[in-house]
Design a protein around this ligand. Sequence first.
Ligand code: KIV
Length: 281
Amino acid sequence: MSSAKPTPRLTISEIRALKGERPICCLTAYDYPGALVCARAGIELILVGDSLGNVVQGRPDTLGVTLEQMVYHTGLVARALDEAALRGELERLPLLVADMPFLTFHTTPERAVENAGRLLAEGGAQTVKIESRPGIAEYVERLTRVGVPVMGHLGLTPQAVHQLGGFRVQGRDADAAREMIEQARRLEDAGAFAIVLELIPAELAAEISAAVGVPTIGIGAGAAVDGQILVFHDLLGFPGALKPRHVKRYLDADSLMTEAVAEYAAEVRRGDFPGPKHGFQ
Ligand code: KIV
């Protein structure tokens, strides 16, 4: 029997304890290689976002993403983390959060529990994220009561794109800002362990972060939050990824990958690949 100690996973308490200590690093991932990159780079919280509808499936929005697809992609990410841990590659395993897709959590609390349960039991996530609308606190409470940790999501909630009139900054007027602060408090009271703040003015994000005791994780919400998250494909400049103002590109993967594939195609056409080193006797 191996005496190697299992790699400890970051817990929701440890993530919570980082509030006020230092910014929490979060990123999305949707598959095995993406998860390995995130974990090896020291990302603390990986979100299998329903943004996979945009960046993996090429859809204009996330409404067509199904629970089956989320379970599948969460499983790919979970497997990458488990295998990296078994190989002893990581000091800590990131916390794995799975998004609950459109209409899988706010029809009835029972359905929310069943669907979240699948993301944990079949997908291997430790927690779920739900896009929060007024009235969602009841569902968050129900999920946390049965042992499913929940991350809230306020501001631009892409599943409500048609109700919001497009992908635009939220909470600009005083009433909307006040309501968002109230919703953040309600989410915390209902048991949410963290809250994503997407596309809201930096000042409002700072106010919400000060108003709640749980970490706020910003995307397009300025620096005065408790952590940051971006979409993997946006950060790395994947083909088809958008470049909204709040994204910083750390790589131009589109150019690098296209150049590499074009070089392969040219070598095949010239007869240079496969060379003597790439075959078998
Ligand atoms: O689906 C997603 O990737 C998200 C993040 C942008 C927070 O919700």
